[in-house]
Every structure is written in C-alpha cells, then in structure tokens.
Design a protein around this ligand. Structure first.
Ligand SMILES: O=C(O)CCC(=O)C(=O)O
Ligand SMILES: [Fe+2]
Length: 770
C-alpha cells in the first residue's frame, strides 16, 4: 500500500516533468563582435584572429570557495572580460532574445519571456587548454544558469559536456553557426582539452527576474494533493522497531526539491525546472488547507557504509576543487552499501511573501518526501573514512538541497516547541501570568508526547529551571508530573526550593516522593550525584525547616539518598585494587557529610546514628572518616552531627596501629590480604600463602603451567603486593619467579608516617562534643 507521503511524491512527479536541465541548438547569426585593443572579430574565427585574441587576453581564474584562484591544473584558458566586448550588429539583440525565449521554454522556466542574460566574458581555448568538471557559482541574484555561445571556428577536441543526475549533453561547436548551450547552475560541466585549432566562446549568466507565472493547476489536482496532505498529518508513522506503539503522525511534510540551490539563489520566484510547478502545487494545496508553507535550504548529510577498500578522498563542487585531486571525479568512488545515518537540516526559511525567518530545525525521517534521492544528486562534499573512522568503512556525503515545508497551522505551537522547548515553557508561563490557565494546561499537555526528548534538545539545566516554576503553577497533577519527568535529581538546587514547596502544597507528599524517585532514575554521572549530596542536599534540607510538611518531604529525600549511597559504596567495594578502591571511597566523603547534615536538620536522628556507625565499620577504610572530619572543618554548624564519635574512632584506630611494633629489618613476612585470602587459587593458595607468611623466604621459583601462572600474576596485581613476579621462559613448564621487594619495608615506613601525621592533626583539631 502506498503511504500518503509516497502518494504525494507520485502526484508531484506528474507535474512539469517535460523540462530538461540543459538545452543545445545552433543559429546562423553574427553579432559583429568588437574587442577593445583587438578590433572587429570576423566570423568564422581564423587562426590569426585567435592568436590576436590570446595576445590580448589574461589567463582565466576559477572560483574556489569564496575566492578566485589561478590554477592551470583546474582551468587553463584565456579570458577577456565583458567590459572589453561590444556587439555592433543591429539585429543581435533581437536574435539573442528569440534564442532566450526558446531556452526559457526548453528549460521549463516559469516565465520564459522574462529570461535575461548578462554577458560575462570571452574565452579562448588554445590546443591543450581545458576547464575541468565544476559547477558555476551563482554570481548575481536571480542567476538561474549559464549560457555559452561557441563562435564558429575549426577545432578538434574541446568537447563541452554538461551533466545532471547521470544524464549528459555534449556540444562540439560548428564551422559556420553559433552554438548555443544553456544549462541550470546546479549542473556539472567541463571543457575537455582542445586538440587542434582554437575554441572561442562567449559566456553569459542566465537571469530569471521578476515573479513566476506558473501555469494554472487544475483545481482537481490541488484538491487531491490537499487531501493527501491532510492524510499525512492524520496517519501515525510506521513503528520504528518491534513493539513501538508510540508512533505519532508527522508534524510536517518536508518535500525535497529536485534541484540544488544556494542561499542567494533560493527564491519562490526562481525555482528551477520541475521544482517551480511542484512548489506552486504545494502552495495551492497549502492555501486550501490553511497550512503554513515555507521554502528552505535543506543541508543533507548522509553516512553510508562503503563496500570496498578505497583511498581517502574529498571532492568539492561549486567551482571548488580538491587540493590534491584537481577536478578529477573519474577516479573510483567506493560502492555504497547501506545508508547508516541521514540528517536533514532546514535553514534559511522563506515564507510565500518572501519574508525570511532565520531558524534551524531538523527534519525527521517520517516528515520527508521526495522524488529524487540525495544519492542521485551531486554531493557538495564527499569523504571516505576507510577502516580508521569510528564507524569502520564509511562514506559521508553532504548535499545542498532545498525543500518546501508545510504543516497545519494549528500545530504551530507543537512544532516550534519540539525544536525550542524553552520557548514553549516561556510561552506557557506567559499564559499563566495572563491568568489563562486553560490555555496553559492544554498547551502543556500537547508537549508531553515528546517532552522526554526536550532534555537533549535544550540546555537541560536551564530548561529545568524554567519548567519547575511552570509545573508548580499547574493544577493538573498528571501534566505537572509529565513536564517534570525528563529531569534528574542533581538538577534540583536549593534556590528552587520554593517551587518544590508549592508542588508539595498542590499535589501532596506521595506525588512529590514519586518525582524524587523518577528523578533518581534518570541517568546522572556518579560524580555529579555525589557533589549534589555534598552541597545541594544539606542546603535544601536547611531551607525546608519552615514547616513540618516540608521537613517531612526532605526527610524522605534524605532516606532515599542514603539508600543510593550505600548501594554506590557496595559497588565500589568490589573494585579489586585496594588503592583505586580507597581513592574512590575517599571521593564520597563530602557526600557522607552532606547526608549527615541533611539528616540532622530534618531530625532523622536514627539515620544520623546509622551513618556514623557505618563510617566506623571495618568495611570503610579509615581514610574515609578522616576525610569526613577534614571536610567538616569548612562548615560552621557541626551541632548534632556526632562527629566527636568519629573523631575518637579515628584517634583510637591510629593509636592502635602506631602501638604495633615496627617491622624488623629481617622480617620479610607479608600479611595475606584479608579479603579473598587466596580464594580461587585452589591448590596454589597454600604454597603461595606460605611464601607470603614466611619471614625468611624472599624468593620463590615455581615451575607452573601458563594458566596457573596467570592466576598468581592476577592475585599479586589485584592486591598490589610488594612482590616482583616474572616468568623465566626456559624449561617445561616455564618457571614463575616471585621476589619480595623492598617496597614491603618502604610501605611500612610510609604508613607509619601517615598515621602519625593524621593523629597529630586529630589532636590539634577540636570537634565540639555533640
Ligand atoms: O568554456 C566554456 O564553454 C564554459 C566555460 C565555463 O564553464 C565557465 O566559464 O564557467
Ligand atoms: Fe562553468
């Protein structure tokens, strides 16, 4: 079955397909060309005239990006600018106008009788000279394409080839007539090297000024198109994956035109070939439906998988050449496999009255409709990633296309909101300020189906700050919840507390607790959550102290965060290496303190005790409570935090450690790691632990098969034991050589120094008894 979008493409395809991209014919005429400093140029051009012209000419430049360049690898020809050319034949203007009318008809220009030309230059190609494949830049507003008039002369080679979407038109010139070739500006064209003789041409910019007068469309066709458009906006898009039940109708229709356009060349009045009829048909349908309609540039970026191996290579059009490859497009392009990704950016919006809107939006796949696929257009740029890129072997292509974009007027709000969520929230806030709560709730409701994505479109923190007060003013609990659902707990700041209390008053404890739960489930980096617990949580708790309801709400939040912290700690405790484990745990110290403060302020004394108790268990390395005490120095009010308990705990542990006798200089025993003491080592555990425990044995030579050596290597690394472990690769099996290192003694000394330092700090530091 055809989808409504496909059927629109079909209907548009039947409009104005008769025109072509280039037209070529010959006329018998002589303009009586006069060139300053050369004189009259009789036709056909003789070798002698050609030599005189060359002598008076300059090498021609070509456009490169926004500059012009002289590069004979790209363009090698002589040029005489228009200022030095005159036509003295009295009939010439009429002859040219007749030719233009014919060109206008054959190119399908909407008003062929208004087509004009601007003389650009005279070009002379001597033997060997050429102009590589390129696309002309649009030199003036309204420039539609180029007209080349080949003056009669005798030459071989020098074929002029114009191509568009795989079709080509070729001209060779004539001995006694003027060769006319006119083509649209988005065509690629080249002049192949002249072999013998001279090729002399006049080039003109083809200009289509004034308004389009497209032929009247039958009313029936417009109605059919309008009804299909209506159907597009009513039909939910096909599911994107199995079980995708949330598809909605597309917001807009984005019809990609056949031709390519530049910002200055884009205008409703100067659409090329078939595009003009199709755009006119869409305009007529839009009027019937009272739909919004815009003409836009559409920058298409496609990523394809490449099927074969291929050298990295880029290529530029619009008279731009690639530094290394010149204009040579004939080298092998990689065969394209699957389309991996496609992005269509719409910009430079033109309303039917020509007024501009500078806005950028992306077209979704379900909105797109076209008769010509982008791969069938000439890419503006192409890049091949080879196997080195992120996605393996891929080809990236960029196209400068244009689109007609339409949507039902009543969807204005939603469409703009999808692209600019902060604008939508500001809009709803205005309705609320004006007392129009019904409008505010209806519009807020219309955001919910895509609101989850809003977070990735806008700066999420800014959006949250704007959304919270709006949600707090909506009566409908479901809509308020929906607006708040995409955000994360760590986005809530103490400054926003008043809105939170307002939500509490309107929707109650359970509703607010659900929001906390939802926000906690949104992914946020652990470091951000820890920082939030250290700073915002105690500040929020502090500001809750005005009423028992707000305190109760915050107490729930504190409990929830305690649950999270315990889970996080449990996860960190699974890290293998003691040093990474300890430093990750130390990173949580400020969060512990934040939680302690918040639990104290919200009167959760049992929780305060639980936290202190956990900080004193053996599972938590001493570095953590010590760091909590350090952090507490920055805080004014330590009342009720039970920090003196922590203080004495740390003092006691450090004194015990320091009371142990120092390691004897001859004692090489290593205390086996307390956790997983040899688990998983099976029969290797006993000999290894015996080696560790032995005060005398420094070295162990142990013939072991590879897998078993591996176990020992891992064990030593995980526990960061002061043992060098190497494999001697002789004999069968190889021998694992273990050797205790001096780090055993150095660590002992370093530990002691640290203990002393910490103890001295504790003794200096007063923690008020609480
Ligand atoms: O020499 C010609 O026929 C065409 C020259 C051309 O393509 C140009 O001037 O852009
Ligand atoms: Fe050109």
């Amino acid at each position: 079955m055809t989808t409504p979008t496909e059927s629109i493409a079909q209907q548009l395809a039947t409009l104005g397909t008769s025109s072509t991209f280039a037209t070529r014919f010959a006329i018998a005429a002589d303009p009586h060309l006069h060139v300053d400093n050369v004189g009259d140029i009789p036709l056909p051009i003789t070798l002698q005239t050609a030599h005189r012209l060359c002598a008076a000419a300059q090498p021609a430049h070509h456009g490169y990006k926004d500059q012009t360049r002289l590069d004979p690898r790209v363009r090698d020809t002589w040029e005489i600018p228009a200022e030095r050319l005159r036509f003295t034949s009295p009939e010439w203007t009429a002859v040219l106008n007749r030719a233009l009318l014919r060109i206008g008809h054959e190119l399908g220009v909407p008003s062929p009788d208004s087509l004009r030309v601007d003389l650009h230059n005279l070009l002379i190609y001597a033997p060997g000279q050429f102009f590589a494949v390129h696309q002309d830049s649009e030199k003036t507003d309204g420039m539609l394409g180029t007209l080349v008039i080949t003056l009669p002369s005798s030459f071989t080679g020098g074929e002029f080839v114009v191509s568009h979407q795989g079709q080509t038109v070729c001209a060779r010139g004539s001995q006694n007539r003027l060769g006319m070739m006119a083509f649209y500006a988005d065509c690629h064209h080249e002049v192949r090297p002249v072999k013998q003789g001279y090729r002399v041409v006049l080039t003109y910019n083809l200009i289509a000024p004034g308004a389009t007068r497209t032929s009247e469309l039958p009313q029936q066709a417009v109605t059919a198109l309008a009804s299909e458009l209506h159907r597009v906006w009513q039909t939910p898009a096909p599911p994107r994956w199995d079980g995708d039940t949330h598809t909605e109708p597309p917001d807009r229709l984005v019809y990609l035109l056949d031709h390519q356009y530049t910002p200055s060349g884009l205008s409703w009045q100067r659409l090329k070939g078939v595009d003009a009829q199709r755009a006119a048909a869409l305009q007529a349908a839009a009027r019937q439906l009272d739909a919004e309609i815009f003409l836009t540039l559409a920058d298409v970026h496609e990523t394809w998988s490449a099927e074969d191996d291929y050298q990295q290579h880029g290529y530029w059009s619009d008279e731009q050449e690639d530094e290394d490859n010149g204009f040579d497009h004939n080298e092998d392009h990689p065969a394209l496999g699957d389309l991996i990704n496609s992005e269509v950016e719409l910009r430079h919006w033109l309303a039917p009255d020509g007024s501009k809107r500078e806005e950028i939006s992306f077209a979704s796949e379900t909105e797109l409709c076209m008769n010509r696929l982008s791969v069938d257009c000439a890419p503006f740029q192409s890049e091949h990633e080879g196997y080195m890129g992120n996605y393996g072997n891929t080809v990236d292509r960029w196209y400068h296309r244009a689109a007609v974009v339409l949507w039902p007027r009543e969807r204005n709000f939603v469409i703009r909101a999808r692209q600019a969520p902060d604008w939508a929230i500001a809009q709803i806030a205005e309705w609320l300020n004006a007392g129009d709560t019904i409008q505010a709730e209806t519009r807020a409701h219309s955001l919910l189906s895509f609101w989850e994505q809003a977070r990735s479109v806008a700066d999420s923190d800014v959006l949250f700050t704007a959304t919270l007060p709006v949600a707090a003013r909506l009566d409908d609990a479901g809509i308020a919840a929906g607006l708040l659902s995409p955000f994360a707990l760590s986005q809530l700041t103490a400054q926003q507390a008043p809105w939170l209390w307002q939500l509490l008053e309107r929707h109650g404890q359970a509703w607010c607790a659900e929001r906390f739960q939802q926000w906690a489930e949104t992914h946020q980096p652990d470091t951000r959550q820890l920082a939030w617990m250290a700073q915002e949580l105690p500040a929020l708790a502090q500001s809750s102290c005005t009423s028992s309801d707000t305190v109760a709400l915050l107490a729930r939040l504190v409990q929830q965060r305690w649950g999270w912290l315990r889970q996080y700690i449990a996860q960190v405790q699974k890290y293998h290496q003691r040093s990474t484990r300890v430093s990750a745990l130390v990173e949580t110290s400020a969060a512990w303190l934040g939680l302690l403060r918040a639990s104290q302020v919200t009167g959760c004394s049992t929780l305060t005790e639980q936290i202190i108790a956990m900080l004193r268990t053996n599972d938590i390395p001493l570095e953590v409570p010590l760091q909590v005490l350090h952090q507490a120095q920055k805080i004014k009010n330590l009342e009720g935090l039970h920090l003196s308990v922590l203080h004495s705990h740390c003092t006691h542990v450090l004194e015990t450690c320091l009371a142990k006798p120092r390691r004897n200089a001859t004692d090489w025993s290593i205390t086996p790691p307390s956790e997983h003491g040899g688990r998983g080592l099976d029969d290797l555990a006993a000999p290894l632990l015996a080696f560790l425990a032995s005060p005398q044995q420094q070295r162990l030579e142990w013939p072991l098969a590879q897998a078993r050596r591996q176990l020992i290597h891992q064990f030593i690394d995980h526990h960061e034991l002061p043992i060098r472990h190497e494999t001697r690769r002789t004999g069968r099996p190889y021998t694992l050589v273990l050797e205790k290192t001096l780090a055993l003694f150095e660590r002992d000394t370093a530990d002691r120094q640290q203990w002393k330092k910490d103890l001295a700090w504790l003794q200096r530091t007063q923690v008020r008894p609480t």
